[in-house]
Design a binder for this molecule. Structure first.
Ligand code: WTA
Length: 645
């Protein structure tokens, strides 16, 4: 068994939650969930207080997820206005640009001013409560202003990762029915220019229905503006009124939509609502990072992911915390960039992802040692299991052996962290995502749908609702029911495999559906396969994940060409380029192998499991192949794979 790394005593002594508190509050949260969450809800300013705490049922025939439903509030007031009396002139955001030396500080008063003005601009464009606004921006203060401006008027933000292609953006604009898109002229990442306005123009043309594009100036490049449709951020905000009355919204009104990959093709827009999300995200952020007044927080996540929504934006804002925003990448201009930012801003809490740690480990210790990281108190990890090597490097080299690592397990769907070693309470077990958060009841299911008692392995499910969970998939409630609530009735199913040890620690063993996790990004095999198959020379494709030392998993594609199509390197390159264009650079296949035919069972289903073994070079351990319709196809693929190694 891996050794436990104990809770540092000095940290436990000051922590919001120590071990006795964790035990007591966890037990209480399960015994009387409504009392527990009602008390947590006192952390928000409500316009009309709620009377009913929860109305929930996980039976797929009668699914109900409602929290604080008769309460009303406004998210931007909770994130900004209420901090103004004490903190108007203090920094809310410390922004660092792609290039060192380019930085900005945004105070709470400045943030409020920008949000109010942009909210008025949106109102002027006819955006009303419940309308979806798509945000396609780099990590800039303006992106946060845009999100907050939406929620000030009760509009729903849909942030799309700025690394996604025009086509992926168009799909998401169309699905959400957004009339207004907020973007920037260009983005900068690692010294490279990202043509955001150009992508947004193409996406708007492809999606249809976009009445206005609001364009913030990042690089100041001369981008073409369509008269009557496109609006420049700067002049529009200057002309706008600096006060916009906050709109009262119901706790169960939507706060945002966020698209993620699911196990069946089309990206799905998870819908999060206002009251429950804000209650749980605000309180859990403070608890799991053990934030204290004055601690500078930094999450390296891009704003396009749920990690940033919950724990880079809403969590810190709800608590009036100062946080760092960094536009660039950890290796530009050199691999000490992150460490120099931690030193510069005296960052106390640093939340990052295993894939980045693994890539920085390769650069050795010297870039870290050049900087004073003594301000760090707590480190966090998210997105995939952190392998013990990376864990120990982060702990020893970055954290100087004194900072606990909160390995936070959660999902776009869950909205907030569900498994975590709360830093002042639960000893770390490297590689395991810790123990349940308050109010959370993990269940390990065996394949027959029976809960496993004690230590064991199975499918990770949760019994009973928690306030921050997603309520539905936009326009597709059936898919929501099918994906999460039907596999194990009465439970929420995560799609992850898990192992629980004798001490009650949970270790995630990876996705058990057709979702890949590449550098912490979720990618759906079906979506990747349809992008490949959209090439006119391709008959069909199958995509699997292969272990990768930095990315965790990399994409391996098996491609069958149409008859008479020559198997050339140029065609491979064209297919890879097509995937990048259809989805984005994060979806770039690591390798592509021509397969004369794909292994299928007699029902015609592609056996990705067999392909995954072949891609990993495990030719002798293909598992059960008795259902194969055409065993020769497998022999041929093995022959070719071996030849390609
Ligand atoms: C994986 C990111 C192990 C998991 C917050 C999950 C993790 C998916 C961890 C969700 C972790 C996330 N340990 N695996 N600490 N955190 N995952 O929606 O497979 O982008 O289902 O949310 O990432 O990815 P998503």
């Amino acid at each position: 068994m891996t050794e436990l790394v104990p809770v540092p005593q000095d940290l436990a002594a000051r922590a919001h939650v120590d071990l006795p508190t964790y035990r007591r509050r966890y037990a209480a949260s399960l015994r009387a969930p409504d009392d527990f969450w009602a008390a947590e809800a006192a952390s928000l300013d409500w316009i009309r207080p709620f009377r009913e705490v929860s109305d929930t049922n996980f039976d797929p025939a009668d699914l109900r997820i409602r929290w604080f439903a008769d309460g009303t509030l406004n998210a931007s007031v909770n994130c900004i206005d209420r901090h103004l009396p004490a903190k108007a002139d203090q920094p809310a955001l410390l922004w660092e640009g792609d290039r060192p030396g380019e930085s900005r500080t945004v105070t709470w008063a400045e943030l409020a001013d920008q949000v109010n003005r942009l909210a008025n601009v949106l109102r002027g464009l006819g955006v009303a409560k419940g309308d979806v606004v798509t945000i396609y921006m780099p990590v800039l203060p303006e992106a946060i202003v845009a999100m907050m401006a939406c929620v000030r008027i009760g509009a729903v933000h849909s942030v799309v990762f700025s690394g996604f292609s025009a086509e992926a953006l168009a799909d998401r604009i169309r699905d959400a029915g957004a009339r207004v898109v907020i973007t920037a002229d260009e983005g900068l990442r690692g010294g490279r220019v990202v043509p955001l306005k150009r992508n947004a123009d193409r996406a708007a043309a492809a999606a249809g229905g976009v009445a206005h594009l609001i364009v913030a100036a990042r690089t100041g490049a001369a981008v073409p503006m369509t008269p009557g449709r496109d609006i420049r951020w700067g002049p529009a905000l200057t002309a706008a009124d600096p006060w916009c009355p906050p709109v009262e919204v119901g706790a169960e009104d939507p706060l945002f939509v966020l698209y993620t990959s699911g196990p069946t093709g089309r990206p799905k827009g998870l819908v999060h609502t206002t009251g429950g999300y804000l209650v749980q995200v605000g309180t859990s952020w403070r608890t799991i990072f053990d934030w204290h007044e004055g601690n500078v927080f930094w999450s390296t996540a891009d704003i396009g992911w749920v990690t940033a929504h919950s724990y880079k934006i809403y969590g810190p804002l709800l608590n009036g915390a100062t946080s760092v925003l960094f536009e660039g990448v950890p290796t530009f201009p050199d691999s000490s960039r992150w460490w120099s930012i931690i030193e510069k801003h005296r960052v106390a809490i640093f939340y990052t992802a295993p894939t980045a740690i693994r890539s920085l480990m390769r650069e050795g210790e010297a870039p870290v040692r050049r900087h004073d990281l003594s301000s760090l108190r707590v480190l966090g990890s998210v997105g995939e299991p952190i392998n013990p090597d990376a864990w120990h490097w982060l702990h020893r080299i970055v954290g100087g052996g004194r900072c606990p690592i909160v390995d936070t397990y959660w999902q776009t769907e869950t909205g907030s962290v569900l498994l975590v070693p709360i830093p002042g309470a639960v000893a770390n077990k490297p590689g395991a995502a810790g123990k349940p958060y308050f109010g959370v009841r993990p269940v390990v299911m065996d394949p027959a749908g029976r809960p496993v008692a004690g230590a064991g392995r199975g499918s990770l499910c949760f019994a009973g609702s928690w306030p921050a969970q997603a309520r539905t998939i936009l326009h597709d409630h059936d898919r929501f029911l099918r994906t999460y609530f039907s596999p194990f009735p009465g439970h929420f199913f995560t799609g992850d495999g898990v192992e629980r040890d004798g001490l009650g620690y949970y270790r995630i063993t990876g996705r058990i559906d057709d979702v890949l996790n590449v550098s912490g990004h979720r990618l759906d095999t079906v979506e990747l396969e349809s992008a490949i198959a959209s090439h006119p020379a391709v008959a069909e494709a199958a995509v699997v994940g292969i272990p990768h030392p930095v990315k965790g998993q990399a994409i391996f594609a098996f491609v069958t060409l149409k008859a008479d199509q020559p198997e050339t390197e140029a065609l491979k390159a064209a297919i890879v380029a097509l995937v990048r264009e259809r989805i984005g650079p994060i979806a770039t296949p690591e390798a592509l192998l021509w397969a004369p035919a794909l292994p299928k069972n007699r029902a015609g289903k592609i056996l990705r499991r067999v392909l995954a073994r072949i891609a990993a070079g495990d030719y002798h351990d293909l598992g059960d192949t008795t259902t194969l319709a055409d065993p020769e196809a497998v022999d041929e693929i093995i022959r070719r794979h071996r030849a390609s190694q």
